[in-house]
Design a protein around this ligand. Structure first.
Ligand SMILES: C[S@@+](CC[C@H](N)C(=O)[O-])C[C@H]1O[C@@H](n2cnc3c(N)ncnc32)[C@H](O)[C@@H]1O
Length: 342
């Protein structure tokens, strides 16, 4: 496979709450304060935090309950061989597709001229079906590389502000879909374990040195924000509802509900880990009610102080918002707790 800049890297996607812009700050604090061998990213999202510490630790646990995120982690990180020429041949086949020769399909019927230009939606639906049909001719790694590549490529062409809660109406959709491949990571001597689990359930089963905790803090559900990616990743073709064409709810996080402080405490108390690294931002004072935090800064500090000596770091930061919310004096906090040390 080519090694050029056309290939997607793991950070080349839009994702609410991605820590990419803060990554140097986060990495340095982790490196300075958290010695060890095993790193767990239990609400991994894009995966950029794990990606930044790959050179520091030897074993990684990367988890998120979304299907599309699991596909992405497997595409980038499964340490299995793949045939680069074969993948290039798929890319060429997909690049040469002419929408005029394609039939309407699940993606074009539902999302055409809404989330994507209709001709692009036809191509996206065709490619998704083709990847499924080719499953027996390719290995698991190749399957996930193609699927992750499709997700990155279609996300780039989507007619949205960065998530799929709505598409932009009354606008000619100009962004054109191009199928590009991701750049998988070769990591000899590293062990990477990928999970799609509820964080609190997974915590019962793992033992780590460092656990990075970055849950959602407001009522906006990631499974609803990224429903188009989830639907295309799963490819069960369910009926879709409403203007934003969402499927029946799935993976609704307790962290987005009033029980959030209780579930966070449950997680922190049961983690078998030496260091907890937790990020938090102060969207609590925002005007939009869906942006109001479910957990206060004081609650976070109280929970962490219960399990060990906690250091607090802070940084001013401007982050992604969809327009309704004003974040003045926005701060990102990072807590590091040495578990068991008071
Ligand atoms: C703030 S984002 C993480 C962002 C990530 N640190 C990054 O830099 O891309 C929170 C993530 O938690 C996931 N999530 C929410 N509730 C969860 C749960 N109960 N178990 C596992 N993952 C969950 C969401 O799907 C979302 O990707």
């Amino acid at each position: 496979m080519r090694e050029d800049e056309d290939l997607f890297d793991i950070n080349n996607r839009r994702y609410t709450g991605s820590k990419y812009k803060l990554i140097d700050w986060i990495k340095n604090l982790i490196e300075e304060n958290c010695p060890g061998n095993v790193f767990c990213d239990i609400f991994a999202g894009t995966g950029v935090v794990t990606d930044s510490v790959l050179d520091i630790y030897n074993k990684f646990i990367i988890n998120d309950f979304l299907y599309s995120n699991e596909v992405i982690y497997k595409g980038f990180y499964l340490q299995e061989d793949f045939n680069g020429d074969r993948l290039e041949a798929y890319k060429e086949k997909y690049t040469l597709l002419n929408p005029d020769n394609l039939e309407e399909n699940y993606v074009s019927i539902n999302y055409g001229d809404k989330f994507f230009r209709n001709e692009d939606a036809k191509i996206i639906g065709f490619i998704r079906e083709d990847i499924e049909n080719e499953k027996s001719s390719i290995n698991e790694k190749e399957y996930y590389i193609l699927l992750a590549s499709l997700i990155y490529s279609l996300d780039k062409a989507a007619n949205t502000v960065g998530h799929y809660d709505a598409y932009i109406k009354n606008k000619e959709i100009k962004t054109k879909f191009n199928f590009e491949l991701i750049m998988p990571k070769k990591l000899p001597n590293k062990a990477i374990h990928i999970y799609r689990r509820d964080a609190n359930e997974l915590a019962n089963e793992i033992e780590t040195d460092v656990t990075f905790i970055d849950p959602p803090y407001n009522s906006r559900q990631y499974s609803r924000f990224y429903h188009v990616l989830e639907n295309i990743a799963q490819w069960k073709k369910p009926d879709l509802y409403g203007i934003a064409l969402k499927p029946e709810p799935e993976n609704m996080s307790e962290y987005c509900k009033t029980a959030a402080p209780i579930v966070l405490k449950d997680l922190i108390l049961k983690l078998k880990t030496k260091y907890i690294v937790l990020t938090y931002n102060n969207t609590y004072n925002s005007k939009s009610s869906s942006s109001k935090n479910k957990i206060t800064l004081e609650e976070i500090e109280e929970i962490l102080n219960e399990v060990g000596k906690t250091k607090k770091f802070e940084k001013s930061h401007q982050f992604f918002n969809a327009g309704k919310t004003e974040f003045s004096n926005h701060k990102e906090y990072l807590f590091i707790t040495e578990v068991g040390e008071k």
